[in-house]
Ligand binder design. Structure first.
Ligand code: TYM
Length: 337
């Protein structure tokens, strides 16, 4: 029986990349879990967010906004467990044990560490370095097996597997399951609207590079209109997009939003200019995203309700996490009296 876990950092606004690469997949898993009778667990990872400085008020607001985004996208607190990481202390407790299992060299190889720490690693937080051990704890404190993520998180989920394997080996146990990254769907890597070689990111300094889930119709249309492209018409075959990363990204976004294949999109738009394709994409994006942003805004007018929902989620999460942490303490040789 699978158990599904995933998380998103409340370190900024949600982007179209988060939605297409992660949240929409979470909703699919929720429905499948409901049918097949397995648990789906989704988290706002506020402790990961503070590995780089976050203004406290902004962190609180972004955490609630992320919860609102989850719910507005279709996650239902009566079907999935929705909660905030710091409200379930077992994550940090298991992470400490994993800090002692994982090796420095494993962490140093992480591309996200290299990207985020930059050249001056001496000045990065210790938490940023240990980030993947906390992520392994997020997953393994539920014995989760299936981890739906975008392409950029693959390396971290694979490291989770290494940590589980080393723990099992060192303590001569089979306690932790071997997890699978589940990277599926049309949009596992949505790219920046300004640079087809960079992923769309909430931390990009240019707001024009991304579509935020809170953008209004005008902002979405203007960002798509101004998205970087080349001067050629769209090809009629996907192979024709190979050397055209910006064009490919827009076609990919269209396909993901419309639940079509890229072939089908090019069947409709092959031979057409961007002056025709971009307005169609903008209309589609607004049609798909504005119900979500409207619902997010409505939920955000009731922060107490959001806090109550995630508080209940944390209780449900702890029911699973607590016995797993206790068993881990027993395996490691810690006294519980
Ligand atoms: P984060 O917050 O950077 O991103 C959340 C999810 O969105 C996906 N994503 C994208 N997918 C497609 N195209 C993009 N441009 C794009 N940008 C982001 C990410 O792959 C991710 O699935 N470390 C994680 C959060 C985390 C986590 C976990 C995930 C903490 N603990 C346990 C899974 C399991 C992160 O920083 O994601």
């Amino acid at each position: 029986q699978p158990r599904v876990f995933s998380g998103i950092q409340p370190s900024g606004g949600l982007t179209l990349g988060n939605y297409l690469g992660a949240m929409r997949r979470f909703v699919d898993w929720q429905e499948r879990g409901l049918k097949e009778g397995f648990e789906t667990i989704f988290c706002m990872v506020d402790q990961h967010a503070i590995t780089v400085w976050q203004d406290p008020e902004a962190l609180r607001r972004q955490t609630r906004e992320l919860a609102a985004g989850y719910i507005a996208s279709g996650l239902d607190p009566s079907k999935s467990i929705l909660f905030n990481q710091s409200q379930v202390p077992e994550h940090a407790q298991l992470a400490w044990i994993f800090n002692c299992v994982a090796r420095m060299g494993w962490m140093q190889r992480m591309t996200q560490w290299k990207d985020k720490a930059g050249k001056n690693t001496q000045n990065a937080s210790l938490g940023l370095f240990a980030y993947p051990a906390l992520m392994a704890a997020d997953i393994l404190v539920y014995h989760a097996t299936h981890i739906p993520v975008g392409e950029d998180q693959k390396q971290h989920v694979e490291l989770t597997r290494d940590i589980a394997a080393k723990f099992n080996h060192d303590y001569k146990t089979e306690f932790f399951p071997i997890t699978e990254p589940v990277i599926e769907g049309a949009a596992t890597r949505v790219m920046s609207l300004r640079d087809g070689s960079k992923k769309m990111s909430k931390s990009d300094p240019s707001d024009m590079a991304r579509i935020n889930m809170t953008d209004d119709a005008d902002a979405i249309a203007s960002k798509i209109r101004k998205a970087r492209t080349d001067p050629d018409a769209l090809p009629s075959e996907v192979a024709g997009l190979a050397e055209r990363p910006e064009a490919k990204n827009l076609v990919n976004i269209y396909a993901a939003l419309a639940d079509m294949s890229m072939e089908q999109v090019l069947g409709d738009f092959g031979g057409k200019q961007f002056s025709e394709f971009k307005p169609a994409l903008a209309d589609l994006a607004v049609a798909k995203l504005s119900p979500i942003s409207t619902e997010m805004a409505r939920l955000m007018t009731q922060p107490d309700e959001i806090d109550a929902i995630i508080g209940k989620g944390a209780l449900k999460a702890r029911e699973i996490a607590e016995p797993i942490l206790k068993k881990t303490y027993d395996i490691v040789g810690m006294i519980r009296s």
